[in-house]
Design a protein around this ligand. Structure first.
Ligand SMILES: [Zn+2]
Length: 436
């Protein structure tokens, strides 16, 4: 354990699916034309008119009472954006759900919570075809040609990975600066966000480069779209991922501090809906990313409900399924897709190799109510049983993952069977899991 208490710590927040389209989009004055959805929303609004914050649904509203954790306490915030951002009218054919939100709403909503990174590798970014994908990307980049480019150039952009205007852009990592520089999150080199150049840094604050990759294993129909990062569990996909990740992580003797990632994150939209346990191929892929590709944090999502956490080696974290964070979905009573969590990962600077290392994850249970994410309170302080449900479910599933081998053969450094979940909750009712 090389933990030096004097070394600086940072807070990275991770959420699962953020779906701001369909009914949520209709709550805003500017929205994509969808008379059916609009009618639904007007009925909801009339029925729940007395609910605080519901009638006047603002750009801050989707984040509900989680907003301070993101906007004030988060050094960097990472989400899976489960919708396209476009007014393009033609949906991808033969798909059950096609989501889109109006470009005018995207940046103001994401900016309200200071979202730094959006995963675009998921089963909705192409819901309105490649035209819709390009508009999604231009909106996030604040391209001058988009109607959403309301903020001055360079003021706020959301980094992304997993889909792009080119294959290179879809595969390459988003590069974030930790700490984020106020107002300007990343400088653009060409069309890609990049690390701030040394001259623009405050010399008193060490800056770390954080690399974030993203990929998905579905839908199959999009696997041959070159600007979409589809992977499967074949040796070929593994080779591709290993080559890609090491290409962006230069060997110690040739790397400079600027190009060296201090932390590598992989955001993965994977697995079937509604299954408590990740499949063996998913677990083995997570372990491959950690042990063969040097990934530090696997940010998993797609299941629509919370799954367990695994710490396969000290300072390494796998969140298999974050659950849904905010959306307009109907509720599944068994899997409780309305319940989720905000995952706060504490990373600490390391004196020996200059990187940052995950030391702890704090899990704040949430519930989606009236198109808003709300922090749940423990029943002792006025909450209900849902807080316990999230805490108990994640604790149980984490214990099961830590207690079983997946058969991948990598060294687990004595972590198997280790109790990583603290028996006591934190002072804000959060579940605490130690990673070292
Ligand atoms: Zn999805």
């Amino acid at each position: 354990m090389d933990l030096d208490m004097a070394n600086k710590k940072y807070t990275l927040n991770f959420t699962g699916d953020v779906m701001l389209g369909r009914l949520i989009d209709q709550l805003y004055p500017t929205h994509v034309p969808s008379p059916n959805d609009e009618r639904h929303v007007r009925v909801f609004q009339a029925r729940h008119a007395s609910r605080l914050g519901f009638r006047n649904y603002t750009f801050e509203s989707p984040w509900g009472t989680t907003l301070p954790l993101l906007a004030t306490e988060g050094d960097l915030n990472f989400i899976n954006l489960e919708t396209s951002i476009t007014t393009h009218p033609i949906p991808w054919p033969d798909k059950v759900f096609n989501y889109r939100m109006h470009p005018a709403n995207a940046i103001p909503i994401l900016k309200a919570a200071k979202i730094d990174f959006a995963c675009l590798a998921n089963n909705h970014t192409l819901d309105f075809g490649t035209e819709g994908l390009v508009e999604t990307i231009w909106t996030l980049k604040q391209h001058p040609a988009t109607p959403a480019a309301a903020t001055p150039k360079g003021e706020y952009r959301v980094a992304f990975a997993g889909a792009g205007e080119t294959a290179q852009e879809a595969f390459a990592p988003a590069i974030l600066s930790l700490p984020r520089k106020s107002n300007i999150q990343q400088e653009m080199i060409g069309d890609r966000p990049s690390v701030l150049s040394a001259s623009t840094l405050d010399s008193a604050t060490p800056n770390h480069s954080i690399h974030v990759y993203a990929a998905t294993d579905h839908p199959h129909a999009w696997r041959d779209i070159p600007t979409f990062h589809f992977v499967d569990y074949t040796p070929k996909s593994r080779e591709h991922l290993k080559r890609l990740i090491w290409k962006h992580s230069p060997a110690p003797e040739i790397r400079s501090s600027e190009s060296t990632p201090a932390l590598k994150i992989f955001s993965f939209h994977w697995g079937p809906n509604y299954s408590w346990h990740p499949s063996t191929e998913i677990r083995q892929m997570a372990h491959f990313l950690i042990f063969e590709c040097g990934i530090d944090i696997v940010h998993g999502h797609s299941s629509h409900h919370v799954q367990g956490i695994e710490c396969p080696a000290p300072g390494k974290l796998i969140i298999y399924g974050c659950g849904d964070f905010v959306d307009d979905y109907a509720i599944n009573k068994e899997y409780r897709n309305d319940l989720g969590a905000l995952y706060r990962v504490i990373v600490q600077e390391q004196s020996d190799h200059g990187g940052v290392k995950p030391v702890r994850v704090e899990i704040f249970p949430t519930r989606i109510t009236h198109f808003q994410a709300h922090l749940l309170q423990h029943f002792r302080v006025g909450g209900d049983g849902d807080h316990d449900w999230v805490v108990d479910t994640i604790s149980r599933l984490t214990g099961e993952l830590m207690g079983t081998e997946c058969g991948c053969g990598y060294t687990h450094e004595d972590m198997t069977g280790k109790e990583i979940v603290r028996p006591q909750l934190g002072d804000r009712g959060q579940l605490i899991i130690d990673l070292i």
